[in-house]
Structure formats: C-alpha cells, structure tokens
Design a protein around this ligand. Structure first.
Ligand SMILES: [Zn+2]
Length: 208
C-alpha cells in the first residue's frame, strides 16, 4: 500500500504544574471508579478510561481492511491510522512521553490480507482469539493500535499499560473487554458504539 506521508505540526498542550496535579487526581479518581464499577458504560463520563463494552464504530461507505489512502494517515513506518484518530493518538503519545513512558505503535491499520495472515498465525498457536476473523478487526478500520513501551510490547503489569489505564480515556482510547492483549487499544473518540466518551474537542477537529 502506498500512502503519501503528510507532515503536520503537533502542538503539545501546555499545562501548569497545578493542572497536572489536577489531571493526576482526576485519573486516580477515574481509576478508583473503574475498579469499583461505580460508573456505568453509558454514563458518557470521560473519567472512566476503560469501558470494556465500548467498541469503535465502523466507517460508513467503506469496507474493513480496504480503506483507501484518502481515509488513512501514515504516522510512521509502523503505524497508519484512520485520519480522525490521529490528533488524539499523537497527543496521547506526547503526553505519555512527557511522563517518561515511551509509548509507540507496533502496528495500527491492518488491511484484509494482513488480517488473514494474523488470524492464521494465532490459530496455528492455538489462540485464534488473539486475532479477529478477517474483515472484522478494528485494525481494519484503522482504529486500533498495538502498543509498546520502553520495555517492549505492553503487558497488564507494564508501565505503558498502567499509564494508558489512567490516561487513555482522556484521548478517546479504550481497552476492550474480553481481549487478552494488554497492547491492543482502540479509538472510541467519536463515542464509539456506546457513545460513551466526551473527548476533548480539539482532538476531534483535525482536517488534513
Ligand atoms: Zn491489536
């Protein structure tokens, strides 16, 4: 697949130490709510970073795994994403970096043949569930990313996973339920199938 690489400036949000403390407290509160299950999936709260039932929406008029380059943006050689996800993705990566967490993508958009390859790979290992049935992967919508941190692919105990649990919801990214892959995160910045998140407006306005 050949997609032109577009250049753009990423403006990292400036925050005072006070607001950072505020964000930390919000994140801690959100974590407590998530653990205790005090929030409901349809609350629309941006304080719940993981909403297991929320999943990305499909893209009307297009076919999973067959998105044209007009709908995609090449972040780097490892990561191509559905364009509306890019602002929130890059803002999230920048925020993690400033907190000492070196998040990066191992893979993002996966075309149909890539999905077939991935499914075969995992099924041969006896873990078919680690890859969607081809044509149904959220990687095929360019709305899923497999993340690494400075220690490698995310695990459920890694620094990168913990940072994502605390912060990803602010950027419209979610870890789905029933997916035994700590590295797999999905964009629900448009609310997802449950219309669940109120994402910062400046992360939804990117027009290349
Ligand atoms: Zn994945």
């Amino acid at each position: 697949m050949s997609v032109a690489v577009l250049k753009r400036a990423v403006v990292a949000p400036k925050r005072s130490r006070l607001s950072k403390l505020g964000l930390l407290l919000v994140a801690l509160f959100a974590g407590i709510l998530a653990v205790t299950g005090c929030t409901t999936g349809s609350s629309g709260s941006s304080l719940n970073p993981i909403n297991p039932a929320n999943r990305p929406t499909t893209i009307t008029g297009y076919t999973n795994g067959q998105l044209p380059s007009s709908q995609l943006y090449v972040v780097n050689s490892n990561c191509t994403l559905y364009r509306p996800t890019v602002d929130s993705y890059e803002a999230m990566i920048a925020a993690a970096r400033s907190a000492g967490v070196q998040l990066s993508a191992a893979e993002c958009y996966r075309d149909y043949s890539g999905q077939v390859y991935e499914r075969n790979y995992w099924c041969k290992l006896g873990i078919c569930a680690n890859a969607a049935v081809p044509g149904y992967s959220n990687h095929g919508w360019g709305k899923a990313v497999d993340l690494r941190d400075q220690n490698g692919s995310l695990t459920f105990t890694s620094i990168g996973y913990k940072w994502m649990v605390a912060h990803a919801g602010q950027y419209g990214w979610n870890h789905p339920g029933g997916v035994n892959e700590a590295w797999h995160w999905e964009w629900v910045g448009d609310g997802g199938t449950m219309h669940g998140y109120a994402v910062r407006p400046d992360l939804m306005n990117w027009n290349p």
